[in-house]
Design a protein around this ligand. Structure first.
Ligand code: AR6
Length: 172
C-alpha cells in the first residue's frame, strides 16, 4: 500500500494529527455522530468559532482551531444526504474530500484524518462512499505532491474498515 494512505479504526477525536475532518451539517453548530463527538471533545469554544463562520453549504469546507482536541485544527465539511443517487450526491461527496484537502494544503498542514463522511445519519452507501473518498484523495495527493504527507481514513466499526481496506487494495 502507498505510505501516504492509511486506514485506522478509531475514535477520530483521539488522533494526534495536524487536522481532523468533521462530517458536519450546514449550520456548523454541532449534531450527533462524529460531529457531536468532535464538539464534545473540543469544548464549547469550537461552537463559538463555528457560529462566527455562519454555516457552510453542502460539498464545501471550513477550517477552525482544534481547541482541546489532540488535533491542532478541524476542517468542517458538509456531506450530502443520500436520496438515491440522482441528486448529485456522488459529486458533492467528492467535493467534500477535495475541498477539505485544499484547505489543509493552504494552511500548510501535513497530516489529516477523515471520517467516512455521509455514511452515518446521511445514509450514503458505505462501499460507494469509500470508493469516492479514496479516488478523490489519491487524485488530490498525486496532483499536489510534496504538500500533504499522510491521509488517514478513520473508520468506526468493522464494516467501514473493511470497505476502505478493500478499495485501498487497488492503489497498492
Ligand atoms: N470517530 C470516527 N468516526 C465516527 C465517530 C467517531 N467518534 N462517530 C461516528 N463515526 P455521521 P453523516 C462515523 O452520522 O452521515 C450529524 O448529526 C460513523 O460510524 O457522524 O455525515 C451532523 O451534524 C459514520 O461512518 O455523519 C449531521 O447532521 C461516519 O462517522 C449529520 O450527522 C459518519 O457518520 C451528518 O451525517
Amino acid at each position: 500500500m502507498r505510505d501516504d494512505l492509511e486506514v485506522v479504526e478509531a475514535d477520530i477525536t483521539r488522533l494526534a494529527v495536524d487536522v481532523i475532518v468533521n462530517a458536519a451539517n450546514e449550520s456548523l453548530l454541532g449534531g450527533g455522530g462524529v460531529d457531536g463527538a468532535i464538539h464534545a471533545a473540543a469544548g464549547v469554544e469550537l461552537q463559538g468559532e463555528c457560529r462566527l463562520i455562519g454555516g457552510c453549504p453542502t460539498g464545501e469546507a471550513r477550517i477552525t482551531k482544534g481547541y482541546r482536541l489532540p488535533a491542532r485544527h478541524v476542517i468542517h465539511t458538509v456531506g450530502p444526504i443520500w436520496h438515491g443517487g440522482g441528486r448529485g450526491e456522488d459529486g458533492l461527496l467528492e467535493s467534500c474530500y477535495r475541498n477539505s484537502l485544499a484547505l489543509a494544503r493552504e494552511a500548510g498542514l501535513k497530516t489529516i484524518a477523515f471520517p467516512a463522511i455521509s455514511t452515518g445519519v446521511y445514509h450514503f452507501p458505505l462501499n460507494r462512499a469509500a470508493g469516492i473518498a479514496v479516488r478523490a484523495v489519491v487524485d488530490e495527493l498525486d496532483r499536489n505532491r510534496g504538500s500533504i504527507e499522510k491521509v488517514i481514513f478513520c473508520t468506526f466499526g468493522a464494516a467501514a474498515t473493511e470497505a476502505f481496506r478493500l478499495v485501498l487494495k487497488d492503489f497498492s
